[in-house]
Design a protein around this ligand. Structure first.
Ligand code: FAD
Length: 625
């Protein structure tokens, strides 16, 4: 059978594929999403949560660009927390606990209601290529579909191999088949592939957990949300709980080491260092007598709990026995064991900054196939691949975000320029312009860019503009108005900061680290009236944005200055087919790496490991000539 012809085919309906399909279709490309099972769209393979440190910023960015992840999260979350509130605003990171089944259902519904998008349940095993251009795909059910561009988002499914103790079996996730044939097809086309691994913990039946022995962790009292659009506010929340391992638990886990696929060398792929299995933790930190576990509910209508921090591929009996030695888990029953999975990925240095492959034109890779880990990283790449495939088909300029514009820019630049040798996840420390890339200003940074290419709607753009207007008015009020000692001194004394003796600029008070904008609002009747009269939708968020801009103005300006200075290097283009080997003044390593990675700009070249500042100077001198 041959299906009708499409502009873009997206292969895989995980987080990357779902965002890619939505973006391409919303831009106007006739799009087909082919996925193995339409009932598992955007399934949360691991923990039932979106966001967190640096990842929360990415979800806000996806939303600001017009993606769906933030909307789906808001509609299905069961708990919200703004992490790192005690730190500076660059570190504030939204995180939501999701109802994982509803998350998938909501994603599917949003995709079904997206114009220009068709869905097809099948498995792609072959890419159809003419010369050096992709022309379509062939599926397990022998269906051929032709398209002008193809985006691969296969996640952990390519030759996936699941490990539990001494057992290994093929699978893309537990209970789902792995994909055979596609890696072979791609390596025959000249792509390089390698193996990585990841793991997941047991899921426990909550009816068998004694929560009275655990520490409760509630959501925020006044919860915020992810999307800049009018998504529902969270009105009821479920709590997480904290539990701890102990030495008895560790002793039991150690008994399983000799059957551990990791320690016996059966797992070859490298796993995420910052997200180690429990056996890895007790092996590496042998002197630690306990490890913290987060007990996360998986939804409103299930008793299933995710035991965050207890990821394991030890034999099932060992996992079970060890679990039951944790305080509160003495009678625990498990729904599913923990397991590890090894899968194929394609080193992302084989991609351009648009996520198009260098080898085959109009073929794009996004998500875990590029060596990343995490729903947010996958979704972001999917959106960018969908956008760029559409733009290229319509002969429009590429859409590339700079490192100073978005975490998404940092993510893709890191992948394409440096490659990965372990599953890549985003951290705030990867970004050099953290104070610019805040979660609160993602719409200001990105909605205008996305609106210009036709993805972010007019309504989004108007919402962004009116939000900006609101917080600018608040800023102007604080800069222009004074507050009296009678109004503010009780607060200042309570906060342990010296009282004032005469009317003082509100700005000077807010610059004190002990004081926040809410304190001034509570103290000043005039300020309260002004804000009430503005009648704004998102008062809390706008007040926060105003406060950040007032308190951190100097740091923000400084980072902007540095970013502007360095941006000149991002604008100096390098020729794609330049022969670096003729430049003898470059080090041998630089010539090799530059020839392989083929950076687009001097800025990108300077970030390749092995290309030194001296090599960059050589390139600049050469280009100057
Ligand atoms: P996936 O979410 O894997 O989705 C891929 C989709 O494509 C699936 O629906 C699949 O059915 C479909 N598909 C694949 N190939 C084909 C094909 N040829 N034809 C049709 N359909 C196809 N992330 C973390 O951040 N922290 C963790 O601790 C963590 N642990 C994990 C543990 C396990 C066991 C697994 C499986 C994943 C874990 N992840 C973790 C990773 C996280 O789930 C992924 O990073 C994220 O889901 C990747 O999104 P994706 O869209 O790239 O792929």
């Amino acid at each position: 059978m041959v299906l009708e012809k499409y502009d873009i085919i997206v292969v895989g309906g995980g987080h990357a594929g779902a965002e890619a399909a939505a973006a391409a279709a919303n831009l106007g490309s006739k799009t087909l999403l082919i996925t193995q099972n339409l009932d598992t769209i955007a399934q949360m393979s691991c923990n039932p949560a979106m966001g967190g440190v640096a990842k929360g910023q990415i979800v806000r960015e996806i939303d600001a660009l017009g993606g769906y992840s933030g909307i789906v999260t808001d509609k299905t979350m069961i708990q919200f927390r703004m992490l790192n509130r005690s730190k500076g605003p660059a570190m504030w990171s939204p995180r939501a606990q999701s109802d994982r089944m509803m998350f998938s259902v909501e994603w599917r519904s949003m995709l079904e209601n997206t114009q220009n998008l068709d869905l097809w349940q099948d498995e792609v095993n072959e890419i159809l290529v003419q010369g050096t251009r992709v022309v379509g795909v062939k599926t397990k059910m022998q269906v051929q579909v032709y398209a002008k561009a193809v985006i691969l988002t296969n996640g952990t499914f390519l030759n996936g191999l699941i490990h539990i103790g001494e057992f290994s079996f093929s699978g893309g996730r537990i209970g789902e088949p792995s994909v055979k044939g596609l890696t072979k097809c791609l390596t025959e086309l000249g792509f390089e592939s390698a193996r990585l691994k990841t793991g997941t913990p047991v899921r426990v039946d909550g009816r068998t957990i004694n929560f009275s022995l655990l520490e409760e962790q509630r959501g925020d009292e006044n919860p915020s949300k992810f999307s800049f659009t009018q998504t529902p506010k969270l009105v009821r929340q479920r709590s997480c709980h904290l539990a701890y391992t102990n030495e008895e638990v560790h002793d039991i886990l150690r008994e399983g080491f000799e059957k551990s696929p990791m320690f016996t060398g059966r797992i070859q792929g490298r796993g995420p260092r910052y997200c180690p299995s429990i056996e890895d933790k007790i092996n590496r930190f042998a002197d630690k007598i306990r490890h913290q576990l987060f007990i996360e509910p998986e939804g409103w209508t299930t008793h299933s709990y995710y035991i965050n921090g207890f990821s394991s591929s030890l034999p099932m009996q060992i996992q079970y026995d060890a679990l039951r030695k944790i305080k509160g888990f003495e009678n625990a029953k498990i729904f599913r064991p923990g397991y590890a999975i090894e899968y194929d990925y394609f080193p992302p240095t084989q991609l351009k900054l648009t996520l198009e492959t260098k080898r085959i034109e109009y073929l794009y890779f996004a998500g875990q196939i590029n060596g990343t880990t995490g729903y947010e990283e996958a979704g972001a790449q999917g959106l960018m691949a969908g956008v760029n495939a559409h733009l290229k088909l319509n002969e429009k300029p590429e859409f590339i975000l700079q490192r100073s514009q978005a975490y998404i820019g940092v993510l893709i630049d890191d992948l394409v320029t440096k490659g990965v040798d372990e599953p890549y996840r985003m951290f705030t420390s990867r970004a050099e312009y953290r104070i610019l890339l805040r979660q609160d200003n993602a719409d200001i940074r990105l909605t205008p860019l996305s609106h210009a290419i036709g993805l972010a709607s007019d309504a989004r753009m108007q919402a962004m503009e009116s939000r900006k207007q609101s917080y600018e008015q608040i800023i102007a009020f604080v800069k222009e108005n004074n507050i009296s000692p009678e109004e503010i001194n009780p607060t200042l004394e309570q906060k342990g900061t010296p009282p004032i003796s005469h009317r003082t600029k509100m700005l000077n008070i807010i610059l004190r680290p002990q004081v926040n904008i809410q304190d001034i609002l509570s103290a000043s009747e005039g300020f309260r009236q002004f804000v009430d009269n503005m009648n704004i939708e998102s008062v809390k968020e706008d007040m926060e944005s105003a406060e950040i801009l007032l308190k951190y103005q100097r740091y923000i300006e400084k980072e902007e200055e540095i970013a502007n200075k360095l941006s000149k290097f991002e604008n100096i283009l390098l020729k794609e087919d330049f022969n670096y080997h003729v430049l003898n003044a470059l080090s041998y390593e630089a010539r090799e790496k530059l020839s392989r990675i083929r950076p687009k700009t001097i800025g990108q070249a300077s970030r390749i490991s092995g290309v030194s500042p001296a090599d960059v100077s050589v390139l600049i001198v050469f280009l100057g000539r």
